[in-house]
Write a protein that binds this ligand. Structure first.
Ligand code: AHR
Length: 501
């Protein structure tokens, strides 16, 4: 039987841009069991002296996250950060209206900073521009970044944290265009507030960078006008504009589902166009960067959510094999725009549409989406290359001309590594030729493959390794041309060693 064929030409000259380390970030929100019974469970047998689950910490460390965003999300639009600092027995129990949960505040800012310290990641902090505003933002920043000798910096020191945290990146609120948001605003209202908050925050600490809230989805009726208006108010004061995207399967249609990251890619292009339009209007020399601070796949939760609990699973999802393929494609869409996207946070890390699942008092294990992220985090740091690709195509009810092979390549010159990530979106094997002659003397290192005979295969606490990658994918290399056989519906990582000239 002849295999379907696809081909890509890779060249050192076809460079999109260097993938920022901060593309490999995630998100921890006070939501469901992300924090409570997720990263923090003082009664768990693996809990450390801070109450952090060590089994979860180990899995998180494996991902080598560069940044973690906190504390929300929608949660941040009703949150008082002061409730979560200081002696735990004096912290108030509050009602969180974003997720209708009881917030005990036993985990707050200082715990999060200790946790990210143990993870080895930088923190991204979101201020509350929903129910609160400029005053809260400047006080929180003073608590975190001012050395001492003022009310809030001394408060931090009184909590045993002598040195400032020096948090660099701050989100000016979250999804304030959304009906679901506590204290939603019009673009005009938000743009003015964000601008004035930005000014005050940079007077406290000029070294910070700020992310303005862009549209929360491409399907919002106000997209992209929201983004344009917000940027007209904030362009000179912020470094990034945010975008969010969740990909959910509609109907039982796998070919369409696998193509849905194309919409995410279109959203990125639309947002770039909007930023560049405002740049022109403003006659500015500054090129706005993007912070993709929430992205993921989504599917119906396995466990019902009960309101007014603490640590009740919300969107607790055992992802299927096919979700990992869509997730891999979404990740590649981000890499393909490495010239403009500076930050990306997979959302969320644990227990809510997560990469890591936990049982309260029990095991922690990897969802299938863990692996594409792990691979990209390990091998996706370097120059992202624009591929010249020929691939067989298919049509669905929603999309036409969808490439069956979705791929991206990253060249890490310092490490002498060339990596091709590829999803085979079809039900047939595809022989994928890689023309890498431009890289001179190249050796084959490894072909990792993740696939499963059932697209709905999942990992469970009892069967944690049902969906996982294996080495030994079929790749041959001959005179600067490699051929990899991509199995049906598979995620592939083909790695080469490149000797420097
Ligand atoms: O699932 C996480 C939530 O999704 C975030 O709180 C919000 O920003 C987004 O709508």
């Amino acid at each position: 039987m002849t295999l379907l064929k696809a081909k890509s030409i890779l060249s050192k000259d076809f460079r999109i841009g260097r993938a920022s380390d901060r593309l490999f970030g995630s998100f921890v929100e006070h939501m469901g069991s992300v924090v409570y019974n997720g990263i923090y469970e003082p009664d768990h047998e693996t809990a450390d002296e801070d109450g952090f689950r060590k089994d979860v910490l180990e899995l998180v460390r494996e991902l080598n996250l560069s940044v973690v965003r906190y504390p929300g999300g929608n949660f941040s639009s009703g949150y008082n950060w002061e409730d979560g600092v200081g002696p735990k027995d004096r912290r108030p129990v509050k009602l969180d209206l974003a997720w209708r949960q009881v917030e005990p505040n036993s985990f707050g800012l200082d715990e999060f900073m200790r946790w990210t310290g143990k993870v080895g990641a930088d923190s991204i902090m979101t201020v509350n521009l929903g129910t609160r505003g400029i005053d809260e933002a400047r006080n929180l920043l003073e608590y975190c970044n001012f050395p001492g000798g003022s009310q809030y910096s001394d408060l931090r020191r009184s909590h045993g944290v002598r040195d400032p945290y020096k948090i660099k990146t701050w989100c000016l609120g979250n999804e304030l265009d959304g009906e679901w948001q506590i204290a939603r605003k019009t673009a005009e209202e938000y743009g003015r507030l964000a601008c004035e908050t930005a000014k005050a925050m940079k007077w406290v600490d000029p070294d910070i960078e700020l992310v303005a809230v862009g549209s929360s989805a491409r399907h919002m009726p106000t997209f992209p006008e929201w983004d344009r208006t917000v940027l007209m108010h904030t362009y000179e004061h912020v470094e990034q504009l945010s975008l969010h995207h969740y990909i959910g399967k509609r109907e039982n249609d796998t070919p369409t589902f696998l193509a849905m990251p194309l919409e995410m890619e279109q959203q990125i292009k639309d947002v770039i166009a909007t930023c560049d339009y405002v740049q022109s209007v403003k006659r500015s020399s500054k090129r706005m960067k993007l912070s993709f601070d929430e992205w993921n796949v989504w599917r119906e939760p396995d466990v019902p959510y009960t309101p007014w609990q603490t640590g009740c699973p919300y969107d607790w999802v055992k992802f299927h094999m096919e979700d990992a393929l869509v997730f891999g494609s979404a990740l590649m869409s981000i890499l393909r725009h490495a010239d403009r996207i500076d930050i990306a946070c997979q959302s969320l890390l644990v227990n809510t549409i997560p990469m890591i699942l936990t049982n309260k008092g029990g095991a922690a294990w990897r969802n299938p989406t863990f692996y594409p992220f792990l691979h990209a985090s390990r091998y996706g740091r370097g120059e992202v290359l624009r591929l010249e690709t020929e691939s067989p195509k298919y049509d669905t009810k929603l999309y036409t001309d969808v490439a069956k092979v979705d791929s991206v390549a990253v060249w890490n010159e310092e490490k002498g590594e060339l990596t091709v990530f590829a999803v085979n979106r079809s039900e047939e094997s595809i022989a994928y030729e890689l023309d890498i002659r431009d890289f001179g003397s190249v050796g084959f290192a490894e072909h990792l493959v993740m696939n499963h005979e059932r697209l709905d295969a999942v990992n469970t606490a009892d069967n944690q390794g049902e969906v996982k990658p294996r080495t030994g994918g079929a790749t041959t290399l001959d005179g600067g041309r490699a051929e990899s056989v991509l199995p049906p519906y598979s995620w592939n990582v083909v790695r080469f060693n490149v000797q420097s000239a």
